[in-house]
Design a protein around this ligand. Structure first.
Ligand code: NAD
Length: 297
């Protein structure tokens, strides 16, 4: 079993770290939030008061932070931990960030003799808790193989997308599509409701028809259609609108760099930005459904 440092124990990182503990790894965790630390401590992880303490002697260093600025500052900032990491360790960043930042981090760590892969995930908080995440890895063949020791305890599907940065590109392609599907599912369900349909019945019909998709089946945005999803819990938990706006910004930047035409991604980004500006940034991204609802008088 491996010695693992885990930094960033939020909605995703917390349950991922707990799955490593359950698999028998020796996990040392750090987060800026005392509450997040307390939760993983209760599940058997060792907690420390700085990221530098967490990485001491670790075989794997895993980070799961909100955005690129947090990741770059953690490893390369003034109090960056790169110099504290053991040379034998593999650094795995699971956050969703831009590919350029992932490449910059990989190059800076390589200069210090450290191996790095980007390994963003798909599957949401449910997947993180169940240990069924999809990992999309950018890095060398050897580092991908090495990472399986820990990734296989947190996920079910492990993909090697290409060199460092490729995991991030694949991830934002996926999230751009996800946002488009969530908006489309929301407007279709609301149109059905406006025309007298029961959203549960409409969902069942579309699930057996050609409109079937992941958001409809496993993450239905209409409250009380599915149990145990954010829409049935006041849109709490899950994947925040703020983070979806970040990912759609990353997708837009990538499309500008590559000259790709992404009209629906651009529209989805505008809709999510408006939703965020209306005060919904901390809600789950399925709350875009409420933008289509009729205000009740
Ligand atoms: P979150 O905001 O719930 O968690 C982030 C955690 O990082 C917080 O606990 C915060 O305190 C901690 N943190 C921030 N800066 C830190 C630092 N310098 N040192 C230590 N801890 C620090 O976010 P999340 O939902 O867990 O998402 C994390 C990443 O995973 C994001 O990049 C997101 O885009 C991606 N992601 C999220 C989901 C999802 O469904 N939530 C799904 C796939 C990918």
């Amino acid at each position: 079993m491996a010695k693992v440092a885990f930094i960033g124990l939020g909605n995703m990182g917390g349950p991922m770290a707990v799955n490593l503990v359950k698999a028998g790894h020796q996990v040392t965790a750090f987060d800026l939030s005392v509450n997040a630390l307390a939760q993983v401590k209760a599940e058997g992880a060792a907690v420390v008061s700085s990221a530098a303490d967490a990485v001491a002697g670790a075989d794997f260093v895993i980070s799961m932070l909100p955005a690129a600025k947090h990741v770059l500052s953690l490893y390369l900032g003034e109090q960056g931990i790169a110099t504290h990491i053991d040379k034998k360790a593999l650094v795995i960043d699971c956050s969703t960030i831009d590919a350029d930042s992932a490449r910059k981090l990989g190059a800076a760590l390589a200069e210090q003799g450290l191996a790095f892969i980007d390994a963003p995930v798909s599957g949401g908080v449910g997947g993180a808790k169940a240990g069924t995440l999809t990992f999309i890895v950018g890095g060398s063949d050897a580092d991908f193989e090495r990472a399986k020791t820990v990734l296989s305890n947190m996920g079910k599907n492990l993909f090697h997308a290409g060199a460092v940065g490729a995991g991030q590109i694949a991830k934002i392609c996926n999230n751009m599509l996800l946002s488009i599907l969530m908006v489309g599912t929301s407007e279709a369900l609301q149109m059905g409701i406006d025309n007298g349909l029961d959203p549960k019945v409409l969902s069942e019909i579309m699930l057996k028809s050609s409109g079937r998709n992941w958001t409809l089946e496993l993450y239905n945005p209409c409250p009380d259609v599915l149990p145990n999803v954010p829409s049935s819990n006041g849109y709490q938990g899950g994947f925040m609108v703020d983070l979806m706006v970040k990912d759609l910004g990353l997708a837009l930047e990538a499309s500008l760099q590559s000259g790709s035409s992404t009209p629906l991604g651009a529209l989805a980004r505008s809709l999510y930005v408006a939703h965020q500006r209306a005060g919904n940034g901390k809600l789950d991204f399925s709350s875009i459904f409420t933008a289509f609802e009729k205000v009740k008088n």
